[in-house]
Design a protein around this ligand. Structure first.
Ligand code: 9MG
Length: 281
C-alpha cells in the first residue's frame, strides 16, 4: 500500500486518536518476547491486531527492555522485513517499523512500511538522511540511555524541561536536514531511563508537548502501569488503559498498545464524550 496523501493525514489524527498495535518480532521483549518470532505467528498476531481495530501496526525486531541484548543490523532486518512484506501483501493497514537503523528503515519501507518509529529520535549515523530520503512520517522519541541500561539512567533534573528541549531540538534538526515538519510525531518516551515519579510528571505535563507536533505515547504494560498497584506484567491491562486515557485527555493522538480492542473501546468512549463533533466509530 502506498499512502500518497501528504504528511500524516491518512491517520486522520485531527478527527480521532489512532491506536498503534504492537508486534514485537523479538525473543526477549518484556511482555511478549519470543511469542511472535516465527513469521507465521507474527502474521497471525498482525491479523488479530487489525481485526481488533489497530489503525497502524508497529513492527519491531529489537527489544527495548532493560538488559536486552543489542541486535545486529542483519538480524534486525531478518526479523522485521519478511514480516512487514507478508503483512503488506495481505493487508492495507498502515505499518510502522520500530528501528533506529537507517538500513533497516530503508528495507522496511521498501517492503511496505509507511512510518518510522525511532526510540533514538534519528540520532544514529545516517538515520536523519535515511528518513528524509524515504519521505515517510517519523516518531521521534526521547530516551535517556541505551535500552540495556535504561533503568539506571534517571537523573536529578527537571525531566519535563529536559524532554521538551530534547524533542524541540530533534524536531529542529529534522527540519534543518530536510524532513517535512508535517511528517513528525514526538514521544516523551515513558519508561526510557525515567523513574516512576518522572514518568508521572511527564504524563501530567503532556499538554506542554502538543504544541511541538502530534504526540504519541507508549505506556502499555510498562512498569508505571504495574508498580504503583503492585501488578505483574500479565495483569496490567486496566492500569494501562487508565494511563492511555490520561494521555489522551492530555492531548496524545497516537497510543501504542498491546491490547488493541480494549484500549480502542476505552478511547472511543472518551472521544464520544469529549470530542463528539469529530467522533468517528
Ligand atoms: C518501541 N517502543 C517501546 N516503547 C515505546 C514507546 O513508549 N514509544 C515509542 N514510540 N516506541 C516504543
Amino acid at each position: 500500500m502506498v499512502l500518497t496523501t501528504h504528511a500524516l493525514s491518512w491517520l486522520r489524527l485531527d478527527s480521532r486518536v489512532a491506536i498503534m498495535g504492537i508486534l514485537n518480532v523479538t525473543p526477549d521483549s518484556f511482555s511478549d518476547g519470543g511469542l511472535f518470532l516465527d513469521p507465521d505467528k507474527a502474521l497471525e498476531r498482525a491479523r488479530r491486531l487489525i481485526e481488533e481495530g489497530a489503525d497502524i501496526v508497529d513492527v519491531g525486531g529489537e527489544s527495548t527492555r532493560p538488559g536486552a541484548k543489542p541486535v545486529s543490523r542483519d538480524e534486525e532486518c531478518a526479523r522485521v522485513v519478511p514480516v512487514i512484506a507478508a503483512i503488506r501483501s495481505r493487508f492495507a493497514v498502515p505499518l510502522s517499523v520500530d528501528t533506529s537503523d537507517p538500513v533497516v528503515m530503508a528495507e522496511a519501507v521498501a517492503a511496505g512500511a509507511n512510518f518510522i518509529n525511532d526510540i533514538r529520535a534519528l540520532t544514529r549515523p545516517g538515520a536523519l538522511a535515511a528518513a528524509r530520503d524515504l519521505k515517510v512520517p517519523v516518531c521521534l522519541m526521547h530516551s535517556r540511555a541505551e535500552p540495556g541500561t535504561l533503568s539506571k539512567a534517571s537523573k536529578e533534573t527537571d525531566v519535563v524541561a529536559e524532554v521538551r528541549t530534547y524533542l524541540a531540538d530533534r524536531l529542529a534538526a529534522c527540519v534543518a536536514a530536510g524532513l517535512d515538519r508535517r511528517h513528525i510525531v514526538v514521544d516523551p518516551g515513558f519508561g526510557f531511563g525515567k523513574n516512576l515519579a518522572e514518568n508521572a510528571a511527564l504524563m501530567r505535563a503532556l499538554p506542554e508537548f502538543v504544541g511541538l507536533a502530534p504526540v504519541l505515547i507508549g505506556v502499555s504494560r510498562k512498569r508505571m502501569a504495574g508498580e504503583p498497584l503492585g501488578l505483574p506484567v500479565g495483569e496490567r491491562l486496566h492500569s494501562s488503559i487508565a494511563l492511555a486515557l490520561a494521555g489522551v485527555s492530555a492531548g496524545a493522538r497516537i497510543v501504542r498498545v498491546h491490547d488493541v480492542r480494549e484500549t480502542r473501546e476505552a478511547v472511543r468512549m472518551w472521544e464520544w464524550l469529549y470530542e463528539p463533533k469529530e467522533w468517528v466509530a
